[in-house]
Design a protein around this ligand. Sequence first.
Ligand code: PLP
Length: 392
Amino acid sequence: MKFVEAQRIRNLPPYLFARIEKLIAAKKEAGVDVISLGIGDPDRPTPVHIIETLVREANNPANHQYPSSVGMLTYRQAVARWYQNRFGIELDPETEVVSLLGSKEGIAHISWCYLNPGDTVLVPDPGYPVYSGGAILAGAEPYYLPLEPEKGYLIDFKSIPRDLAKRAKILFINYPNNPTGAVAGEAFYREVIEFAREYEIFVCHDAAYSDVSFDGYKPPSFLQFPGAKEVGIEFHSVSKTYNMTGWRVGWAAGNAEAVEALGRLKSNIDSGVFQAIQYAAAAGLTGPQEIVTEQNAVYQERRDILIEGLNSLGWNLEKPKATFYVWAPVPRGYTSDSFTELVLDKAGVVITPGTGYGQNGSGYFRMALTIEKERIQEALERIKNTIGKVTF
Ligand SMILES: *Cc1c(COP(=O)(O)O)cnc(C)c1O
């Protein structure tokens, strides 16, 4: 029998990493010691006090039943307290915070709350593929906003055609940015809020990397700027901050109507996060934060080794202020795909082609700082032996 897939599934863009994954598997099969700078997933363990909280709460039968799909009040209070401590923002835990099964889940589902088939959604390119994926599944049409290096990878609102801005329902933004490592400041967020007000566009800010930052820089929250709560929400999670990507717990915070709508949608789809995990995440958010500083120092050292190494081969990269990614142009004579394949094939090093994050990522590649510095050094050595000095 042949079952025809629904149009919404067929509308999803092809999975660009499929070919790379096959190549990686073949290399490993052939006994190559593959070094992966591909996936951005913290390599260090979840802090002990978080795990201990999980174990304690997992032993309490009261936590074995269905949780609420919007999250326990204790958890939402922990999120609110974290926003207060970290950004000085007041959030009502009852109405302005909803738990998520990781922020990815909420990012994919928010489109179901605000987009009808045929609606326009503004999506950064390059960007995290879930923004457009979720919108396409809801039947909407993404309009891609190019992030250009000359503009610090910030969205240029003046370049968005007026009629398009008038049509658009949602704007996705993400700073500190995956994949470019770019950061945004007060002037940018104020412009976002002004744009959203003028065109009545709902803003979804993805702040997954607000606490992975270097050189003493502290990225802001979208919600700390005047008027943000009236026009949008922020998606966040404990994934990157406390090395908890596997735990699947996050939140959306800000605009109360959107928080309510997302909670209502979710109550029809999932039954929330295991309560022991909510308690553990709360322990991360309200516990000691030195671990975050210490971990950022580790990423910072790796960043310096990688950037200085690439620059010694002919790149001219600045050190990103945040995220654990390095975004770089491919050398002259290569495309994103051909360079990625060469580095994997000849050096056994996995990097991600920029095209995996949108058309505008073409000509770039991304490296993740989520492996030990010795392995980064080894990867650089192998790349040097493969291609030598490069030009652009
Ligand atoms: C890792 C990441 C997320 C967060 O994922 P979770 O579902 O919270 O684990 C969200 N946005 C971006 C851009 C990311 O890189």
